[in-house]
Design a protein around this ligand. Structure first.
Ligand SMILES: Cc1cc2nc3c(=O)[nH]c(=O)nc-3n(C[C@H](O)[C@H](O)[C@H](O)COP(=O)(O)OP(=O)(O)OC[C@H]3O[C@@H](n4cnc5c(N)ncnc54)[C@H](O)[C@@H]3O)c2cc1C
Length: 195
């Protein structure tokens, strides 16, 4: 799975602090360390609404439909996903779960090849892509764009990065968190993805 940052609010923590300071009219006290301290304090006190002033957008390739179904449940994020109604997806790969042995994976890959052959045959026989796709497994790779505020990214990475989450969505959460920690270390510094 490839997770690429395609947009993040410039200087997100500076913007969050600047906006937050309006409430106490403390703009004159702004400094890089003071702003970071303020952001830390706001998060620790649960005043997370100010994190909504900044956002980040990711392009995701090679995520399974199984994981994408979980990600798109997050209602406060915005999505565009590759459409199996309109895009011919015969060349899309299948995501390999780490629990599969080589023998199990070979058997699964053979089943996938058979499904793709049937998909191609159905299309050749005039079945629309939106119906031919029904033969494809849920492990088929997809591509999508997901955008959310930093408040929602904290929520998603915390929930989907926990031990209770499924491995592929946890891998996604980990990749997102690594990137967001670079751009907003104070906002995401207290979060880790479970190993
Ligand atoms: C480990 C795990 C297992 C799961 N298993 C299942 C399962 O078996 N079956 C299943 O169907 N789903 C399952 N889910 C998905 C889960 O039920 C949610 O659909 C998913 O987490 C997204 O919803 P959310 O509330 O977390 O947050 P988001 O939709 O990302 O929203 C963020 C926050 O905004 C607020 N919010 C959003 N919308 C509203 C609203 N309408 N009203 C009030 N507040 C709102 C809430 O505070 C919410 O937490 C699972 C999730 C996890 C992490």
């Amino acid at each position: 799975m490839v997770v690429e940052l395609i947009y993040v609010t410039p200087d997100p923590e500076g913007l969050i602090a600047r906006c937050a300071r309006v409430s106490h009219r403390s703009e004159a006290m702004s400094s890089p360390e003071g702003d970071r301290e303020l952001v830390r304090k706001l998060i620790s006190r649960g005043h997370e609404s100010v994190l909504e002033f900044a956002s980040a957008t990711f392009l995701v390739e090679g995520m399974s439909r199984a994981a994408a179904n979980q990600l798109t449940r997050h209602r406060l994020a915005s999505f565009v996903q590759e459409s199996q109604r309109f895009v011919d997806v015969r060349d899309r790969g299948l995501v390999r779960p780490p629990s599969f042995t080589d023998a199990q994976w070979e058997e699964t890959a053979a089943l996938h090849r058979r499904a793709v052959e049937l998909y191609e045959k159905l299309i050749a026989e005039g079945v629309p892509k939106e119906d031919a796709r029904y033969v494809l497994p849920i492990g088929t790779e997809t591509g999508l764009v997901v955008s959310a505020t930093l408040r929602e990214w904290r929520h998603i990475t915390r929930l989907r990065g926990s031990r209770a989450a499924q491995w592929e969505i946890r891998l996604f959460a980990k990749k997102v968190l690594v990137i967001l920690k670079e751009h907003a270390p104070t906002v995401f510094g207290d979060l880790e993805v479970a190993g």
